[in-house]
Design a protein around this ligand. Structure first.
Ligand code: DSN
Length: 419
């Protein structure tokens, strides 16, 4: 199992307050069961690339066509990132400059749609993201977003209903890919729907990019018009994003990223993205991707066996939604706080057709990327499920929760990662 050292010697001497806070955060990450499905632990190589001198450079433009001098080495870095990413996802064109997921989505909308154009995205409360057309977000304010959701019985996507809606609405763009949807997405069906209604076919695969790259889920990149993803979730790279698209949309999308929406790219992050893509091309990444799914299935099965209701009765990917309100009479906020007191980290989350509010919903969202990166397998998922149940059952007993936190630390100590 990987075991990485933190090189913070100079920081320790020069700024003890920040050093102490970083070490405390490392300890928190190492001592707890991290179940937030959008988080991960990056390799030392990614960490080192992030903390390196390309952070000093300005390089507006694209490789070999920059608005600043002195970019010959930055060009090498960005070319490497692009080449590796194309290979990893079998992409025709890649832009590695988006600073994060929201700007990446914004760039594609900006390139493809005019203001007030209609597009379709998933409701936030049923698994979509704010940038998928929520009314408080730019995507819902600048464009006319007609949202789709899941079926009320199955809590899964109903592709026929989505097609019917698309035929009526005739959107300019249809977005698939989600942040809290536990089932495999039928990307081929989305492509068909887009072709039938003449819509631009886009996916935001931020959550499942590592599963797509590792062969555990279908990779839509070769046949979608554009696919965005953050690089720091299951893909296990630095915080940032990329856009992959068909060659015919490359110029428009590149222009939307720069100069349309961003200035200088973060070249140290580009270097770390290149490192992440190379890591993801290794055979061990395939094993990791498949193990994430095996672990999530094992965790969901064990939690259901112990009486928790899991939305859609399980998972096909790295995450699941637990209906803690129905199962345990706790709100999502109470469950998140209870688990945190026991050293188990998750996030409160709405479940489909939630009658409660997003600030204090009925569910929690949990997932297995971090635990898988730490080397845990199906048998450990049973122990994780036991910790979760024990904590929820002792939600009003702080002494018990603190005891569980000590046991959680002893459990996590068996899977060291950063020294
Ligand atoms: N905030 C991310 C998540 O947790 O899913 C989405 O961007």
């Amino acid at each position: 199992m990987a075991m990485y050292e933190m090189h913070l010697d100079y920081l320790k001497q020069s700024d003890k307050a920040v050093y102490d806070a970083i070490i405390a955060e490392k300890e928190r990450q190492m001592n707890g069961i991290e179940l937030i499905p959008s988080e991960n632990l990056v390799s030392q190589a990614v960490l080192e690339a992030m903390g390196s001198v390309p952070t000093n450079k300005y390089s507006e433009g694209y490789p070999h066509k920059r608005y600043y001098g002195g970019n010959e080495v930055i060009d090498v870095i960005e070319d490497l990132a692009i080449k590796r990413c194309k290979k990893l996802f079998n992409a025709e064109h890649v832009n590695v400059q988006p600073l994060s997921g929201s700007p990446a989505n914004m760039a594609v909308y900006y390139a493809i749609m005019n203001l007030k154009d209609t597009f379709m995205g998933m409701k936030l409360t049923e698994g979509g993201h704010l940038t998928h057309g929520h009314p408080v977000n730019f995507s819902g304010k600048l464009y006319n977003c007609v949202q789709y959701g899941v079926d009320s019985e199955t809590e899964r996507l109903d592709y026929d209903a989505i097609e019917k809606q698309a035929r009526e609405i005739k959107p300019k763009l249809i977005l698939s890919g989600y942040t809290a949807y536990p089932r495999e997405i039928d990307f081929k069906r989305f492509r068909e729907i887009c072709d039938r209604v003449g819509a631009f076919c886009m996916a935001d695969i931020a959550h499942i990019a590592g599963l797509c790259a590792g062969g555990a889920h279908e990779n839509p990149v070769p046949y979608f018009d554009a696919v965005t993803t953050t690089t720091h979730k299951t893909l296990r790279g630095p915080r940032g994003a990329i856009i992959m698209c068909k060659e015919e949309f490359a110029e428009k999308i590149d222009k939307a990223v720069f100069p349309g929406l961003q200035g200088g790219p973060h070249d140290h992050t580009t270097a770390a993205k290149a490192v992440c893509f190379e890591e993801a091309l290794k055979p061990s990444f395939k094993q990791y991707a498949h193990q994430i799914v095996k672990n999530a299935k094992a965790l969901a099965e064990e939690l259901m066996r112990k009486g928790l209701r899991i939305v859609s009765n399980g998972t096909d990917n790295h995450l699941m939604l637990v209906d803690v309100f129905k199962s345990k009479g706790l709100t999502g906020k109470e469950a998140e706080h209870t688990l945190e007191t026991a050293g188990i980290y998750c996030n409160k989350n709405t479940i489909p057709f939630d009658k409660r509010t997003p600030w204090d919903p009925s569910g929690i969202r949990i997932g297995t990327p971090v635990l898988t990166t730490r080397g845990m397998k199906e048998s450990e998922m049973k122990e994780v499920a036991s910790f979760i149940i024990k904590a929820l059952d002792n939600h009003n007993n702080t002494g018990k929760l603190e005891g569980i936190k000590r046991d959680v630390k002893a459990f996590c100590d068996q899977f060291p990662f950063y020294k």
